[in-house]
Write a protein that binds this ligand. Structure first.
Ligand code: ATP
Length: 245
């Protein structure tokens, strides 16, 4: 479903953010993407969803290239950024309808989706309030409902659990599992390693812009916790830095 082949990106100021990233997300996968602050998670995700260009490599979504066929790629994706930037002057419902219009979701279908997801995320009674009046978590819920309204095959989420209360987090995890069980795929970054270990069948660890571990959760973590693996990666890197100095 998603193939990331040897991508690298350097920002305009010369920062080499990611180097030679390879990922293969298949139907049924819940793929966790973990790494320290500044490791390159958001840069990779923004390249996948077509927000950032990248200097080398190629990204394929269902066989379409994000470089040459971004519209067909974006039709297949629900992207939830870490800090959704919504149109504050619209109501929640107007915003969701605007996104549904862009994705040409038929009226009956969108009505069903809006009802379903607004109920799940407890936003039904607030849909006609302006986005400016929402809390951070409510804005995230609206961004989720809007992203799910066009029934995309691939969910891509950057730090989805930050700011969500326990009920919304629980529902989101449930939706992710349901989506993967129904043949969709989920790729998400997180710092919540316990959640990643419980939820994901596959995991990639990025460190200083390069993938250092990648594969099935049981192979990457073995009998250890993901936190232990993460700390090992960090300590190995620190030791390498000391040796090189
Ligand atoms: N617009 C930008 N211009 C220049 N450098 C950038 C830009 N955005 C990110 N970077 C740099 O690219 C590297 C990777 O950043 P990125 O945001 O991808 O990390 P991250 O893993 O998502 O971090 P976090 O967990 O803190 O969100 C960092 O060194 C960061 O400073």
């Amino acid at each position: 479903m998603l193939k990331v082949n040897h991508i690298s990106k350097m920002y305009e100021d010369g920062t080499k953010a990611i180097t030679d990233i390879n990922l293969h997300i298949q139907n049924g996968d819940i793929y966790g993407f973990i790494g320290a602050n500044g490791a390159g998670k958001s840069t990779t995700i923004k390249a996948i969803v077509g927000i950032h260009h990248f200097n080398q490599g190629e990204i394929w979504i269902d066989g379409y290239s994000i470089k040459t066929d971004p519209v067909n790629c974006k039709k297949r994706i629900a992207f939830i950024p870490d800090n959704p930037d919504l149109y504050e002057h619209l109501t929640g419902l107007q915003y969701i309808s605007f996104i549904a219009d862009i994705f040409e979701v038929p009226l009956t279908e969108r009505k069903q989706s809006i009802e379903k997801y607004s109920t799940i995320f407890e936003m039904t009674s607030k849909l006609n309030n302006s986005i400016a009046s929402y809390s951070h978590g409510m804005k995230q819920r609206i961004a989720l409902i809007a992203a799910l309204v066009h029934k995309p095959a691939l969910f891509i989420l950057d730090e989805p659990f930050v700011g969500l209360d326990p009920t919304a987090s629980f529902e989101l995890k449930r939706l992710m599992q349901e989506h993967a069980e129904n043949g969709g795929a989920v790729f998400f970054s997180t710092h919540v390693l316990e959640v990643a270990q419980k939820l994901c069948n596959k995991v990639a660890i990025i460190h200083k812009g390069s993938l250092v571990k990648n594969g099935l959760m049981e192979e990457v973590a073995g009998s250890k916790s993901l936190e232990e693996i993460f700390m090992e990666v960090r300590n190995e890197s620190k030791n390498m830095d000391i040796i090189q100095k």
